[in-house]
Ligand binder design. Structure first.
Ligand code: FAD
Length: 321
């Protein structure tokens, strides 16, 4: 498979560069290092030089700033811009975020342009046969390894939080690319409503104390939240606790919750269903406490204890609180 390069497609919406762009660049660099060819970052929106500087990371060979006629994200403009970029550059791989924005244009573009395509991708690779991708299948009961035979360009939407962000500074040339996007927009932004912010953002926490159905009743949740606060951890949960209405959904980790990347993920009374594990693959250290020695979480954990979660939580409070 000819390596014609990797294109990261980043969005600037209302002046804000999507934070996940750093992860797209990190993933793009890994592909470039594996031989997929040079890494280009294209940014679409009301782009400024500062946005160009923000994506100037080690491994990026070229940065393209594409001005959109719309200050806010507009799916048809994004589709037209990416179609033109692919047409002119013919990259082997295009990376974009698995976001509501991308889902508004990427599937249509992939179908129209005959691209290889996968959404919600949590792993990528490059080899003799070109790009490959990993994602959940059958409601995350299986992990599917995908390849894209015969596709000149593959468009992959990457799951947020699943890839290491690029952090080292780079020195790529930045240029403006004029694309004819006038008239591409087909929707009008009437009003922007921001949902009320939750009290915590588990996706940015370094230390998560995560509890599951093993806690058994709602009263224990408050006690464990208190212990979490005392030991400097943020409380997160598995889905049954959200379904029971004990904890708000912004604390849920997993496929239908958040993808987290803490330094330490301490799982108390969580069995380790695939849908839960889908959200913790980027955690640096996973520590599992479960009374069942056969709980699947132990296969994913770096450290484990077959123990009662309440005894461990109490001991932690005494040692660290
Ligand atoms: C489409 C779909 C999407 C889903 N998305 C998500 C998701 O985003 N996040 C998610 O978490 N789940 C998700 N699920 C649900 C998932 O399949 C599991 O049902 C769920 O993760 C189980 O949660 P749990 O581990 O807390 O509960 P359980 O599987 O019931 O496990 C409880 C564990 O606690 C242990 N335990 C009990 N008492 C103690 C004790 N005293 N001390 C120590 N250990 C104890 C038990 O041994 C057991 O292993 C999804 C399911 C579907 C079908």
């Amino acid at each position: 498979m000819t390596a014609r390069g990797v294109l990261v497609f980043g969005i600037v919406d209302d002046g804000q560069l999507r934070p996940a762009t750093a992860e797209l660049i990190g993933a793009g660099k890994a592909l470039a290092d594996d031989g997929a060819g040079p890494l280009t970052v294209a940014l679409l929106g009301a782009v400024t030089d500062a946005h160009g500087e923000a994506v100037d990371r080690a491994g990026v060979e070229e940065i393209l700033l594409v001005s959109s006629p719309e200050p806010s994200f507009e799916a048809h403009v994004a589709e037209a811009a990416l179609a033109a970029l692919i047409e002119s550059r013919r990259p082997s791989v295009v990376l974009a975020g698995h976001t509501v924005d991308s889902l508004g244009f990427a599937p249509a573009l992939a179908a129209r342009a005959g691209l290889g395509f996968a959404t919600d991708v949590s792993g990528i690779g490059w080899g003799e046969d070109g790009a490959s991708a990993r994602r959940g299948a059958y409601a995350e009961r299986l992990t599917a390894e995908l390849d894209f035979p015969g596709r000149e360009t593959v468009l992959l939407l990457l799951r947020e939080g699943a890839f290491e962000p690029a952090t080292a500074a780079g020195s790529a040339p930045v240029s403006r690319l004029d694309l004819d996007l006038a008239g591409a927009a087909r929707t009008e932004l009437v009003e922007r409503r921001t949902p009320p912010a939750g009290d915590v953002d588990i996706t940015t926490a370094d230390f998560l104390l995560s509890i599951g159905r093993g806690v058994e009743d709602e009263e224990q949740v408050a006690k464990l939240e208190e212990i979490a606060a005392k030991i400097g951890a943020t409380l997160s949960v598995s889905r049954p606790l959200v379904d029971a209405g004990w904890v708000p959904s912004d604390r849920q980790v997993g496929q239908s919750g958040r993808t987290v990347a803490p330094k330490v993920y301490l799982a108390l009374g969580i069995s380790g269903a695939v849908q839960h594990l889908a959200g913790i693959s980027a955690a640096k250290t996973i520590i599992a406490v479960n009374s069942d020695p056969d709980a699947p979480i132990f296969a994913a954990a770096h450290y484990g204890a077959v123990a009662d979660l309440f005894e461990v939580a109490t001991e932690l409070q005494q040692q660290l609180g």
